[in-house]
Design a protein around this ligand. Sequence first.
Ligand SMILES: NC(=O)c1ccc[n+]([C@@H]2O[C@H](COP(=O)([O-])OP(=O)(O)OC[C@H]3O[C@@H](n4cnc5c(N)ncnc54)[C@H](OP(=O)(O)O)[C@@H]3O)[C@@H](O)[C@H]2O)c1
Length: 252
Amino acid sequence: MHMNMTARTGEEAASAALIVGHGLIGGSLRARLREAAELPVVCIGRRHRELPDYRALDLASETGRAALDELVADLRPRCAVLAHGPSDVTWIDKNEADAAAVHCGVAAIMARSATPVVMISTDNVFSGARGAYRPGDPAEPANGYGRVKARAESIALASRSALVLRVSLVYGWHRPGQRATFAQRCLEAAAEGRPMDAPTDQLFTPIHVRDVSVVTAAVPLWSGRACGRTLSGRAAPGSLPSPAGPSPACPG
Ligand SMILES: NC(=O)c1ccc[n+]([C@@H]2O[C@H](COP(=O)([O-])OP(=O)(O)OC[C@H]3O[C@@H](n4cnc5c(N)ncnc54)[C@H](OP(=O)(O)O)[C@@H]3O)[C@@H](O)[C@H]2O)c1
C-alpha cells in the first residue's frame, strides 16, 4: 500500500509521523502536528473516517495488526505515537486478554520496527495505595487496564527507542465521533440541571488534552528522538526546550 505520505521541508523530504488512535488524544495531536509544522501525519483508527492520510484498521484482529506491520515497514515513520484504545477501564476489566492483544500486539510491532515511539500510558500502572508516584517506581497495577498498559509499556521500552508518557485523567471538549470526557459530561449535566453519578473515592491529576498533545508533539518535531524513558504527565509545556535544542529524554 502506498499513500502520499511525504512532504518537502526545504531541501529534505520529511518522513511522516504515525499516530495510532484518532480519539481524544490522537485527534488533538494530529491537529497540532499539522498546524505546528505542516508535518505529514498518517493516522489510524478503527472506524472509517473521511480524512486525508487516515487508515481504518481493527487492531484487535491479526489481520489488522498485520496491516499495521506492513504500513510501518512501508512508511518508515520518523516517529509513532501510540494513542489507541481500548481505553474503557470497565470494558478492559471484563476483556483483559482482548485488550492485551491490541496494546501489547501494537507495542511489539513498533518495537520490532525500531521506530521511535511515544506511548501514551496511564497512572493506572500503580495501585493507588499511596500517592506521589515517580516514573521509576515499580508498576503494581490493581486493575486489568493497568496490567495491560504496564505490559505494553515494557514491550515498547525494550526497544530502547521508546518514551512512555503516563497521564492521569485527560479533559477537554471531544470532537465529533469521540467519546465525551468526564469533565465535559459534568459540565453538560450542570448546564442542564441534571444530576450525575460520580465516584467519590478516586483522585486524579487532570490534564488538558491540549497540554498532552503539546508535550507529545515535541518528539515528532524533534525528528522522532526518544530513548527508553518513562515520564509522568506533569511537565509544564513551557519547560520544554525548543525543537532545535537537545531532547530532554536523551541526556547526552
Ligand atoms: N483519556 C484519558 O483520560 C487517558 C488517560 C490516561 C491514558 N490514556 C491512554 O491514552 C490512549 C488514548 O486515549 P484516548 O482518551 O484518546 O482514547 P479514545 O478517545 O477512546 O480513542 C481511542 C482511539 O483508539 C482507537 N481504537 C480503539 N480500539 C481500536 C482497535 N481495536 N483498532 C484500532 N483502533 C482502535 C479508536 O478508534 P475509533 O474511534 O475509530 O473506534 C480511537 O481512535 C489510550 O491508550 C488510553 O489508555 C487516556
